[in-house]
Design a protein around this ligand. Sequence first.
Ligand code: IPM
Ligand code: MG
Length: 362
Amino acid sequence: MMKKQIALVKGDGIGPEVVNEGIKVLKTIEKYTDYSFEFKDAPMGGEVWKNCGESLPQTSLNIMAQSDTILFGAVGLPDIPQGVAEKAILKVRQDLDLYVNLRPVKLYPSLHDMCPLKPEIVENGIDIAVFRENTESVYAQIGGIVNQETAVNSMVYTRKGVSRIIEYAFEYVSRNKFDELISVDKANVLTVSQFWRQIYQSIGKKYPSIKQTSYYVDAFCQWLIRAPSSIHTVVTENMFGDIVSDEAAYLVGSLGMGASGNINPNGVSMYEPIHGSAPDIAGQGIANPIGTILSVKMMFEESFQDAYLGEMIDKSVEIALEKIRTIDIYSKYAQNNSQINRVNCTEMGDAVCIQIKSVLKK
Ligand code: IPM
Ligand code: MG
């Protein structure tokens, strides 16, 4: 029996709706395998802030720290001060030292019509993993306002912080037999980027068979829409990673599809869909749960070291998407195709679970 305790941060808006579908997937797996899951709620976000004045209560942080892994929905509400809910996420990343933010982006074969780029540009598909540094740079929150006239945020890079994300990315590339690791920086302007590039080149010497290319972030953003099929593995600093990962995510049709892992390779990690709390559609049951389900897939791969179940969840999502779609991916093409039906959040979760069950029952 493989017992795992999973902390649940359902959060705000559509967070609880999508996390419920993630739990459904976990319970399906529990039924047909040796895994046994214990779920513990770790409330965090805007609703909690309204109730108790804190967006990340210490009790929740303790539950997260003591669990084997964390499944996170979304936090943020339109009627609370800006930054309140966001600070909670940043604090979890800092306190649990979740220094790798892994953001995979993949265009599923049945969703080619959702890609905003011309078909000939994406003939060869899109399959990109962004490794974003997740604890430093401007997110270190060093700065302030001077005399109400000057605002400063410092970009903080440490040798330890830069080295460990680059090493993690090289190891991942080497383990999974990719042939290139692209580094994104702004070394033509920023001293911190020159520091980053030196460390990338020096660690890169240990991986002579992996092709190494450095791009400036502005040029990289251009290549991402010009030739996304040629890009597979990218390592970059915190804020550049925030930006390029949203750009990459939209190439596959909807932010609703995107999954991510906030990973501490030696500790507890947190998996979350990349979309936000989407208050405009909360409570309607129409959110896309695929980003959360694929975050559960990453949980198996990264936290439970179970590539087989990860692959299986991915295949199940792929098969489900051949026939059904939530509203965010229900394109004109889908509307005109009688083989593709529109479903709500729970129906999408059910469909993925049916696929998982049919594979595991054998
Ligand atoms: C993300 C988000 C967060 C970030 C915000 C909500 C703090 O945009 O996870 O990409 O900037 O890291
Ligand atoms: Mg972001």
